[in-house]
Design a protein around this ligand. Structure first.
Ligand code: NAG
Ligand code: NAG
Ligand code: NAG
Ligand code: NAG
Ligand code: NAG
Ligand code: NAG
Length: 576
């Protein structure tokens, strides 16, 4: 996602890490080898988990969508995703090999090129989307289109030497076929897409016009990439138009609701937070900016991010608020919120990310896994949402925070997550979701995102060699898309400074961060040059000492410049 080239902010954190590594090289070099041994041991453990999930899927469920690990059978669940009342289920639908599609990039990341190739060939020969099945546009986009587009980019990357260079774009053909089937959903008065589309027949008669913010605001990565790859601009334009429409519906506080009507463009649910129904909307504004260099998306993200921090954040927690008044509505931790610290790492807000991540992990420790909903005001489980469906978000944030800080504590978190998954959710036939975290009763479902995301982020936490070869961002479903300068509308030079090996030595670059500069744009006017934000200054670490004010950057929540005390501490206290 953000290695070398793109995230200058993250990457400056990495620089900082090397700086501390350098200054305290004695103690760190001594711990190097046990650390390396631990990483290898844990990586192998994750690999075993992935194959346990994958091999059981292949044995008992493939080519259907997902595995039922307790009964060792399958479910054609693509049409059930997001379909809470299980309406309009297809009569003759045999599945789309969903879990296989979702596993493609994980197979490559774990170095299994032969299985990747075998899977690609099977899909090219056998997958068809000409099915009379009503699917959720958002789910189908992030899982199927994202899985195919990402795998296509990997398959056609000549440095990976797959198919002996003989890959014939079969996955792109499939992706384009699917993308075309998405287009009728956007044919609404507002340009906001219907939440549901029948793959064969388009939008169904009397289809609901209700959708969620993430449902129509998290399409740009996959559909934008499809346009770049095919040269057909319709996908990107449709996704962008929906995003701009959604943006125009923000409140005066720059807040959004959770559900809306695509025919009228009116909000239905005015309360929202950073979790279910909204999460990936924020994520795609930032990641869309990174992948396509689109400045509009950055501006939108920046305003939306500041509003979130202002109205939803309470210490390390995030509650929900009414978009019209900013007044808090629900004081709940939902497990999807755990992705937020990972996103914050990309913006450079590492200190805030660290503090939320820690609290979320404490809840994980208390229950053994992260419950779907936890009532912060009563410090108890939500009465009906006690499940844990093998979700990846905490592992994802742990991975990002480890990349940014290299603090080995995050490896311990990863180990603890892995141990929980193995002791509570592993069964003979795969990995089962947890129905109730207070009893650890299991449910007969292995979600495809366990292979696409949970295993992948845990693996990358302990072995990130895949990221050393090129620069990726991950979609909200964990599918890597390379950050390519040819896809950038405008190329902020700091995004592509040079490669990682080189940057380690380039001390000068320490000062520059376009990301943090944009989080605090006013600083550019004041100082006239690039300043790094507080994210780069781990003043929570006792071993850091600044030399000059410049080392201290700006505070990322107040955007005020920080300075260096005579004792070598960064802070706001010396400021006006
Ligand atoms: C689904 O599978 C059944 C049994 O193999 C087959 O008879 C049927 O034609 C398939 N349906 C579709 C739509 O392919
Ligand atoms: C790749 O995956 C297949 C299927 O799980 C397995 O049989 C094979 O051993 C794997 N190869 C490697 C190199 O891991
Ligand atoms: C397509 O599916 C059939 C049935 O599973 C299988 O026999 C065939 O090998 C598949 N084609 C490829 C190229 O894998
Ligand atoms: C759609 O709604 C109209 C009016 O309520 C109704 O007459 C028609 O039968 C509905 N069509 C379907 C396919 O449900
Ligand atoms: C994260 O928070 C913990 C506890 O407050 C602190 O010890 C640690 O240094 C922090 N790490 C970073 C990178 O801010
Ligand atoms: C990385 O940068 C170094 C120094 O400029 C250069 O020698 C090396 O070839 C670069 N590597 C890649 C993969 O671009």
């Amino acid at each position: 996602m953000f290695r070398r080239k793109f995230s200058t902010c993250t990457f400056l954190l990495l620089l900082f890490f090397f700086f501390t590594l350098f200054t305290s090289s004695m103690s760190l070099s001594q711990s190097q080898s046990p650390l390396a041994a631990k990483k290898k041991r844990m990586r192998d453990k994750v690999r075993t988990m992935f194959y346990h999930a994958y091999d059981n899927y292949m044995a008992y469920a493939f080519p259907h969508d997902e595995l039922k690990p307790l009964s060792k059978t399958f479910t054609n669940s693509l049409s059930e995703l997001g379909n809470l009342k299980l309406e309009h289920l297809p009569q003759h639908y045999n599945g789309s090999a969903l879990t296989l599609i979702e596993s493609l990039s994980s197979l490559l990341i774990m170095g299994n090129n032969t299985e990747f190739e075998r899977a690609v060939l099977w899909l090219s020969a056998n997958l068809t989307f000409d099915a009379d099945a009503r699917v959720n546009l958002f789910e189908c986009n992030i899982r199927v289109l994202g899985g195919l587009v990402s795998a296509h980019l990997l398959a056609s990357d000549s440095s990976k030497r797959l198919f002996q260079g003989a890959y014939k774009n079969q996955l792109l053909v499939l992706a384009e076929d699917l993308g075309k089937r998405f287009l009728p959903a956007f044919n609404t008065p507002t340009g906001l897409p219907y939440a549901w589309i029948n793959l064969k027949y388009g939008v169904m008669e009397n289809e609901t016009t209700e959708t969620s913010t993430s449902g129509c605001g998290s399409l740009i990565l996959e559909m934008g990439a499809l346009s770049k790859l095919t040269g057909d601009p319709r996908y990107e334009l449709a996704a962008l138009r929906a995003l701009h429409k959604l943006w125009s519906m923000r409140s005066s506080l720059n807040l959004f609701g959770t559900t809306l009507d695509v025919a009228t463009g009116e909000w239905i649910e005015f309360s929202s937070g950073i979790g279910a129904g909204v999460d990936s909307f924020y994520e795609y504004l930032l990641k869309g900016h990174i992948l396509f260099g689109n400045e509009d998306l950055w501006r939108m993200f920046h305003s939306a991010y500041v509003a979130v921090q202002k109205y939803f954040r309470y210490g390390p927690w995030y509650h929900e608020a009414d978009m019209r008044t900013g007044r808090a509505t629900y004081w709940q931790l939902t497990s999807l919120q755990a992705f937020w610290p990972g996103l914050q790492v990309l913006t450079g807000d590492v200190i805030a990310a660290n503090s939320s991540h820690r609290e979320f992990f404490h809840v994980w420790q208390r229950f053994g896994v992260l419950p779907e909903r936890y009532l912060l005001d009563h410090q108890m489980l939500h009465p009906t949402e006690k499940y844990y469906p093998l979700r990846p978000e905490l592992a994802e944030s742990t991975f990002y925070l480890y990349q940014a800080t290299k603090d080995p504590w995050y490896l311990d978190v990863g180990e603890s997550i892995i141990n929980s998954l193995n002791s509570y959710t592993k069964v003979k036939g795969g990995f089962a979701s947890i129905k109730d975290v207070s009893t650890m009763q299991l449910e007969d479902h292995q979600h495809s995102f366990f292979l696409a995301e949970t295993c992948k982020y845990l693996y990358l936490l302990f072995d990130d060699s895949f990221l050393l070869e090129s620069n990726y961002i991950f979609t909200t479903e964990g599918h890597p898309l390379p950050v390519l300068s040819t896809w950038h509308e405008r190329l902020p030079e700091t995004y592509f400074p040079t490669n990682w090996t080189f940057m380690k030595r380039q001390q000068e670059a320490n000062r520059i961060s376009s990301m943090s500069l944009q989080v605090c744009p006013a600083m550019n006017l004041i100082s006239g040059h690039h300043i790094k934000s507080a994210c780069h200054i781990p003043d929570a670490r006792s071993d850091f000492r600044c030399m000059t004010d410049e080392d201290c950057g700006v505070d990322s929540t107040t955007c005020r410049r920080r300075s260096c005390s005579t004792a070598g501490y960064c802070g706001l206290w010396l400021l006006i």
